[in-house]
Design a protein around this ligand. Structure first.
Ligand code: PGA
Length: 251
């Protein structure tokens, strides 16, 4: 189980430090559940200080990165820079990156290679829009996202991957996939991962994201192929985030 908080473009440095401290306190011993927080770039260093200065096992993640090692890419941040600031995870291909910043499956694929080569665990986001679901195309959309993002990613690296199914219509909308809808898609993604990676595909964490909150976390995570959550809104409230971690512990 893995529970990761995506703080998106929220919290200045002071607020990020306060939130990170509150999360450490509220989560306490996370047991076998992996926990990560992904603040904005400018707060990574300060949040890393909070996490590494505590007894907590909470890891640090970033929300995106550039696929090149270094160079003239104004405004961008590389995988090795993220490692140097203490990151273990990086979210790649979030639907907001795809929607507002033109990120493509090919681009996500490039980033996955760079993240893996630097030792970062990529959290690779996939998910259909409402019109794609209404048109009955949700599986074909997710299939091509998974296959293109993971194209040529070798089996030796596969155990370092995390996939997040985030139906776009459920992100920040208050709408959540039903446990049945989530399990159906997660099982489908599992099949794709097993096709590509044999038994290792069974071990890759598949997170659910999209308005996961304390009230629905348990029923979502109780499904066989739901291995945790990628949490947006509810990760900005330490007690809510901690309650989701608690739900993951009980599964
Ligand atoms: P949400 O966001 O929990 O606010 O719906 C999830 C995400 O975008 O990762």
């Amino acid at each position: 189980m893995l529970v990761a908080g995506n703080w998106k473009m929220n919290t200045d440095i002071k607020a990020a430090v306060e939130l990170a401290s509150a999360v450490v306190e509220a989560v306490g011993d996370s047991g076998k559940v992996g926990v990560a927080v992904c603040p904005p770039y400018i707060s990574l260093s300060s949040v890393n200080d909070v996490l590494s200065g505590s007894k907590s096992k909470i890891k640090l993640g970033a929300q995106t990165m550039h696929h090149q090692e270094k160079g003239a890419f104004t405004g961008e941040v590389s995988a090795s820079m993220l490692v140097s600031v203490g990151c273990s995870y990086v979210i790649l291909g979030h639907s907001e990156r795809r929607q507002y910043f033109g990120e493509t499956d090919q681009g996500v694929n490039n980033k996955i290679f760079m993240a893996l080569s630097c030792g970062l665990t990529p959290i690779v986001c996939v998910g259909e829009t409402l019109s794609e679901r209404e048109g009955g195309n949700e599986q074909s959309v997710v299939e091509s996202q998974v296959q293109e993002a993971l194209q040529d990613v070798e089996i030796e690296k596969a155990s370092q991957l995390v996939v997040a199914y985030e139906p776009v219509w459920a992100i920040g909308t208050g709408l959540t996939a039903t446990p049945e809808q989530a399990q159906e898609m997660h099982a489908f993604i599992r099949t794709l991962l097993v096709e590509q990676y044999d038994n290792i595909g069974n071990k890759i964490h598949i997170l659910y994201g999209g308005s996961m909150k304390p009230a629905n976390a348990l029923e979502l995570m109780q499904n066989k192929d739901v291995d945790g959550g990628l949490i947006g809104g509810a990760s900005l409230k330490a007690p809510d985030f901690a309650a989701i971690v608690e739900a993951a512990k009980s599964v």
